[in-house]
Design a protein around this ligand. Structure first.
Ligand SMILES: O=C(O)C(=O)C[C@]1(C(=O)O)C=C[C@@H](O)C=C1
Length: 440
């Protein structure tokens, strides 16, 4: 039995918790042949047709819908029911365009605000980056889930709103999102889940180049993987964060499930193509089932699939839609964006300490303790620039903390770190997405 339709169970929309995968969305559809309950959601729309905006009040009962709940729709004439759908559709399109018109006005207000603050270079620009407001999207998702009294599943309402806001973004500004291509990679899936279908997606061949595309203004946003629940940090992303001026605007989790795909049978496979991250995540499987096959790193799992499809005795580890382990992605953009805390934010920063001073790292970490800040993640990468210049072994420390960069205690901590470290860089503050809970 599909329990997704249970309206009262807790549900957290994308941008709030785990993004539903394509398979989750498919599963949200009611089982074939199941009788449809009366449509209170539609009744709400019909009743509120002439009102400018929905409120949190539950929709007023619709006489027609109530009638159909006592007399089963099965006895109604199909043509009549379709006429009703046509009428609701007309109202929906009208309301959607009302919403879109307001969104265009929101876009103009943002444009004026960025012009008056002198931060409006040519598009796609730091100002166009502000078109996407993850904090506000979270509010909208939470609101529509609260308003939803079924029979639509919360996941269905959220998916519809993802697309409504995607269209809304693209009406305000032409937005290009760079991701690790080609199409079909996990990053592409994560980008679609984050931004919806109406924005322009730009496939890029390496993670480092995704940063470059956004830095150079060829894309408004980039989406890069930060860490995987099995394989840990994504080194290419952390290394690029050391040098970039871009800021993190949002985070996003994508359940990952890898497939081994080949034209040959398992025991004849001699070469396996994949992205290094996918190899890392599937190490145990390969060691057990294909210990002698050569593992060949390529730029993306989608490219691996293309190569393996053409070659005998070759296989690829690539993307599939089902849920498995989880990769966390972050959205990067020029400028700091939304400076309003959502009330539940995280901040990523990096710093370098003088490793020759005893207790230097300890002193740096104590700053957070003294400011009452909880750390949720710590990682390090070799500081290649400093090591080349000043000798080995300097490390860049990446610390993620609970709080927003404008919070007084975070400001104090950054000041404290700046006084004691060689370098400090705040990489961005973004609304926190609760870690998805395992489904099995
Ligand atoms: O509220 C805003 O700032 C908007 O631009 C409107 C809107 C929306 O359609 O609701 C669109 C895009 C943003 O990412 C968030 C919300």
């Amino acid at each position: 039995m599909d329990d997704r339709r249970h309206r009262d169970r807790p549900f957290t929309p994308p941008g709030i918790a785990a993004t539903p995968t394509a398979s989750a969305r498919t599963a949200a559809a009611p089982p074939a042949g199941q009788p449809q309950p009366p449509s209170t959601a539609v009744a709400g729309i019909m009743d509120h047709h002439d009102q400018p905006m929905a409120t949190d009040a539950p929709p007023a009962p619709d006489a027609d819908a109530n009638a159909s709940s006592s007399a089963a729709p099965l006895t109604s004439d199909l043509a009549d029911l379709r006429k009703k759908i046509d009428s609701v559709d007309a109202q929906l399109v009208h309301l959607l365009n009302q919403r879109a018109t307001i969104s265009v006005q929101v876009g103009k207000v943002k444009q004026l605000a960025s012009e008056s603050s002198g931060t409006a270079p040519s598009a796609p620009s730091a100002s166009s980056s502000d078109v996407y407001v993850p904090r506000r999207e979270r509010e909208v998702f939470e609101k529509v889930v609260r308003l939803n009294h079924g029979p639509l599943a919360h996941e269905a309402v959220v998916a519809i709103y993802r697309e409504i806001m995607s269209a809304s973004i693209s009406l305000q500004q032409q937005v290009a999102v760079a991701f690790l291509g080609p199409a079909g990679t996990h990053t592409h899936q994560a980008a679609l889940d984050r931004f919806g279908d109406s924005v322009l997606f730009v496939p890029i061949s390496t993670i480092a180049e995704v940063f470059t595309a956004v830095e150079q203004g060829r894309a408004t946003y980039g989406l890069v993987p930060l860490e995987n629940s099995t394989f840990g940090s994504v080194a290419q992303s952390l290394d690029r964060f050391m040098t970039t001026t871009l800021q993190i605007r949002a985070e996003s989790y994508l359940p990952i499930h890898h497939h081994l795909m080949s034209n040959s049978t398992l025991h004849t496979i001699r070469r396996v193509y994949s992205h290094p991250e996918a190899f890392g995540q599937c190490q145990k499987f390969l060691d057990t089932h294909l210990p002698d096959a050569a593992r060949i790193n390529v730029a993306s799992t989608a490219h691996a699939a293309e190569l393996a499809a053409k070659e005998p005795y070759a296989a690829a580890i690539c993307n599939a839609d089902a849920a498995g382990n989880t990769t966390r992605f972050v959205v990067i953009a020029r400028g700091q964006g939304d400076a309003t805390p959502s009330g539940n934010d995280a901040t990523l920063l990096c710093f370098t300490v003088d490793h020759r001073a005893p207790g230097a790292l300890c002193d740096a970490l104590k700053v957070f303790k003294d400011c009452g800040i909880n750390l949720t993640r710590i990682d390090s990468r070799p500081d290649r620039l400093r090591n080349a210049r000043a000798g080995l072994w300097h490390y860049v420390w990446f610390v993620e903390l609970e709080g927003h960069r404008v919070d007084a205690k975070v400001v104090r901590a950054v000041e404290g770190l700046t006084a004691s470290c060689l370098d400090v860089k705040v990489l961005g503050s973004y609304p926190k997405v609760p870690t998805p809970t395992p489904t099995a």
